[in-house]
Design a protein around this ligand. Structure first.
Ligand code: SAM
Length: 328
């Protein structure tokens, strides 16, 4: 059976993960991370049963890592992660799909077209798919991404994904709303966790804390991100369509007016999401800096269905024109 390289790598990762899952009585995702580590290091745990050790060694030897491209590996690994997430559903296990990563990667590249090298922060790294897809897409322009994630299994998956695709990712396993020991970055990219943040004591350190009850985690993430981007640096967030219609919207808007220049809000096609209510947009911000003016007009647009290549191209041209008129 000769499948595409992505199918071949997926099968290999899947088979080895299933063997390890049985051997360890662990979850598929933990086993997948373990398998990825062995594939990368070329060494398997000596303590494993002989039959499994042989099976794993054979699988890795017949698929040398260097035979595959970064995108082939990332896509195959992503398919395996999706399989694991479907098998064992957890509310915070949500990977950013490639189509959205592609849009954010395009915007990041456009808005930073004068930069040769970028350091990024993703404060809600998850599996690392968004960050790694963008790093692959921008081919060497991103010299480092700092990724913060609270879920240990996801951090491990991101760590393995970064090794397999040889991308420089610095990982921090922590609550991203606790203090971050990260130097200011050139840009932030993030698919924000949406909902209430349970730690009111921590939230009290933020200007965007709710006057009463729990605060919105996504608002606090925006504030935290702004504190960790350089002056003049850009931020790209995947946010709910109703971000500026929520009960805390005026507080958010006031805060943003003081700290950033809102560059744009790009609504993504509903077809990318389970329902219209779950629809999201890309919010683009620039941290204020002396001498940097706000855009004449905020970029407000609705992305066409990404399967419509012509409409997507025409939207990208429109964004290009907006940049020429507003980002001089
Ligand atoms: N871009 C990610 C990817 O491609 O896999 C998906 C991000 S997902 C929408 C949001 C992530 O935020 C989840 O992985 C969740 O565990 C993480 N998260 C939620 N609250 C957090 C917190 N307080 N600190 C750090 N990470 C948090």
């Amino acid at each position: 059976m000769n499948g595409s390289p992505v199918e071949t790598v997926f099968s290999m990762l899947n088979d080895t993960a299933v063997s390890l899952q049985d051997a360890r009585a662990s979850s598929y995702l933990e086993a997948l991370a373990e398998s990825g580590e062995y594939w990368f290091s070329g060494e398997v745990d000596e303590e494993l049963d002989e039959v499994i050790k042989k099976r794993l060694a054979h699988a890795y030897e017949s698929h040398p890592l260097e035979n595959y491209g970064k995108e082939e590996i990332r896509k195959a690994y992503q398919l395996a992660i999706l399989k694991g997430m479907k098998e064992h559903i957890q509310p915070n296990h949500q990977m950013t799909p490639d189509s959205i990563a592609m849009v954010i990667g395009f915007l990041l590249d456009k808005f930073t077209s004068n930069e040769q090298e970028l350091k990024l922060l993703d404060p809600a790294l998850g599996t690392g798919n968004l960050a790694l897809a963008i790093m692959n897409q921008l081919e060497g322009k991103v010299s480092l991404t700092h990724g913060v994630e609270i879920d240990e299994v996801l951090v491990r998956l991101a760590y393995v994904g970064a090794n397999l695709t040889e991308q420089p990712l610095h990982l921090y396993t922590q609550d991203a709303l606790e203090p971050l020991f990260i130097d200011p970055v050139d840009a932030v990219i993030s698919d924000l966790p949406v909902g209430y943040y349970p730690n009111d004591e921590r939230a009290a350190d933020y200007e965007l804390q709710a006057k009463e009850g729990h605060s919105y985690a996504h608002h606090l993430f925006i504030e935290q991100s702004i504190q960790h981007v350089k002056e003049g640096g850009y931020l790209f967030f995947l946010v709910p369509n109703g971000l500026f219609e929520s009960p805390f919207a005026s507080q958010l808007h006031e805060f943003l007016q003081k700290q950033v220049h809102i560059q744009g809000l790009l609504k993504l096609p509903d077809s990318l999401f389970k329902s219209e209510q779950a629809g999201k947009s890309v919010l683009i911000l620039q941290r204020q800096k002396e001498g940097v003016n706000p855009p004449r007009q905020v970029l407000l647009a609705e992305m066409p269905k990404l399967s419509n290549a012509q409409a997507v191209q025409s939207m990208m041209n429109k964004i290009g024109l907006w940049m020429e008129e507003n980002k001089k």
